[in-house]
Write a protein that binds this ligand. Structure first.
Ligand SMILES: [Zn+2]
Ligand SMILES: [Zn+2]
Ligand SMILES: [Zn+2]
Ligand SMILES: [Zn+2]
Length: 501
């Protein structure tokens, strides 16, 4: 284990620009794994626990056709003439081309001589984040070495492949070792394509290492979540729930809505540990039944969940009739359901998918199952862009219903605040507001109708009275003079309908 004290000292240096004199955290011995971040005082839900800045950051360069972003400010550039004209092989904007950061990147990559410096090459662009470790101070590099690194067989591949893109790639063992180590640290603690570090289904398109966040341990029900400050890459880590003093601050390395088996496998393979959190120790996942499937016995209405065994292929138990099933048997049900729902999701008709989820899928897969939750999430995402072939009413109802469903799952799991929850609650609030407005408009229209009906009644009554009066008058005239009607006894004017309304 790397000494928490040394890690603290190096982190203090790294975070010095934030000048936080009374930090709410410290690096200490963790109950979860080795060393972690511990709250030094009690924190209220929503409170900022710490800020962190990237020790390393660079373009992720995931997609070959979207490499036109500045390697310094990370902004997208027009897709012509975005490459540095000095021959470093990096995209850079005209403003950043004059900055110190690019001067240092440029000198480094020019000295390695890219094979085709004018062509944007994802391997070269992606390597920059790693190569920047070479020019860090000794303390900054020590901090990288303080972080966990999964030194598996693959961690050398990236640098080895990048070497082929330069004419004079360094052969110095120390330099290569620094880069390989940085790749491994980025994969384990950073935001990177391979880490899938998705707290919240938040997109983070860069490759970056936030060292203090890197020390935060995992829990499948995290008590903290992160956001980024506007216009900077500063990370804000906030309390998702109230955290008592002395409690460890946790985040999640896996998807929130993955089931026990999937999370277990991911953490084992990618992060090299077995999670023993309260959710992982509960076959029902706190009653959220994210992995839950229907019992194979058609007469039984129970849910079947995987045993907590730590095995990749555990047995499954029905909570009702107690029947045992093998993993293979239950995977058949899961694969069938996933296949059916994914086919609808890929069918280009959002309405079909929504109708299927609302009316059909419940007959073969419980609505708590992750494949249903994921499908609902994707529907909400698609509805944010447009309503495709859904009517406005269907779109509005779906937004309301699915954000409620997903919030309920989060509540069952005991998940506190997160960016996702904020988004869903905002969606709910807007939908409820829309609904209230519509109800108010309907109510106003109803009242208007009532008033009009009353006006009509008054009008009718007045007309009837008038006719009766005229008949009386006629009677009188017939009885007295039998002459023409007296113009002085004309009926009073009727109240205008509009006035009554
Ligand atoms: Zn720039
Ligand atoms: Zn350059
Ligand atoms: Zn867990
Ligand atoms: Zn059963």
């Amino acid at each position: 284990m790397i000494c928490p004290k040394r890690t603290s000292e190096l982190l203090d240096l790294h975070l010095a620009p934030f000048k936080d004199k009374d930090p709410a955290w410290e690096v200490g011995v963790s109950k979860i794994a080795g060393r972690g971040v511990v709250a030094t005082r009690s924190l209220k839900r929503g409170e900022i626990i710490f800020r962190d800045s990237p020790l390393l950051i660079g373009l992720a360069a995931h997609e070959e056709d979207a490499l036109n972003a500045c390697s310094v400010c990370l902004k997208m550039l027009p897709d012509t003439r975005f490459m540095c004209r000095q021959g470093c092989g990096l995209p850079v904007c005209s403003l950043c081309a004059k900055k110190k950061q690019h001067k240092s990147d440029c000198d480094l990559f020019k000295s390695w001589a890219p094979n085709e410096p004018d062509v944007a090459n994802s391997v070269i662009i992606r390597l920059l984040c790693v190569a920047r470790a070479i020019n860090l101070s000794k303390e900054q590099r020590d901090l990288i070495y303080c972080l966990q690194a999964n030194l598996d067989n693959n961690h050398r591949t990236e640098v080895r492949n990048a070497a082929k893109c330069f004419k004079h790639f360094p052969t110095d063992k120390k330099l290569i070792e620094i880069m390989n180590r940085t790749v491994a640290v980025l994969r384990t603690n950073g935001f990177d394509k391979t880490t899938d570090r998705t707290n919240d289904n938040q997109e983070f398109n860069y490759r970056a290492l936030y060292p203090l966040f890197g020390v935060v341990n995992h829990d499948c029900i995290p008590n903290a979540y992160y956001t980024f400050e506007d216009k900077t890459n500063t990370m804000l880590v906030r309390a998702a729930v109230d955290i008592p003093a002395g409690f460890e601050v946790t985040t999640t390395y896996t998807k929130l809505f993955a089931g026990n088996i999937a999370r277990h496998l991911f953490l084992k393979m990618k992060k090299g540990f077995t999670c023993k959190c309260s959710r992982c120790s509960d076959p029902t996942e706190k009653g959220a039944f994210i992995s839950g499937l229907y019992c194979r016995d058609t007469n039984c209405t129970g849910l079947v969940v995987p045993e907590i065994s730590g095995l990749p292929h555990p047995n499954w138990n029905c909570l009702e009739c107690k029947q045992k099933s093998t993993h293979a048997q239950m995977m058949k049900s899961q694969d069938f359901a996933s296949g059916a729902i994914n086919a609808k999701a890929n069918s280009n008709s959002l309405r079909t998918l929504v109708q299927y989820l609302n009316e059909k899928s419940d007959s073969f897969i419980p609505s708590s199952n992750y494949v249903v939750v994921d499908a609902k999430m994707s529907v909400l995402q698609r509805l944010q862009v447009g309503r495709e072939d859904c009517s406005e009413e269907l779109a509005n109802n779906t937004r309301l219903r699915y954000s409620r469903d997903i919030t309920q799952v989060m509540d069952k799991l005991g998940l506190g605040d997160s960016l996702l929850r904020t988004q869903l609650e905002e969606l709910l609030r807007r939908e409820e507001e829309r609904r209230a407005k519509r109800l108010a408009a309907e109510e106003a229209a109803k009242q208007q109708q009532q008033k009009l009906a009353e006006a009509d009644k008054l009008l009718e009554a007045a007309l009837a009275k008038d006719q009766a009066d005229q008949a009386d008058q006629h009677q009188d005239q017939v009885g007295t003079s039998a002459g023409t009607a007296d113009p002085g006894t004309a009926p009073a004017p009727l109240p205008a309908a509009a006035e009554l309304a």
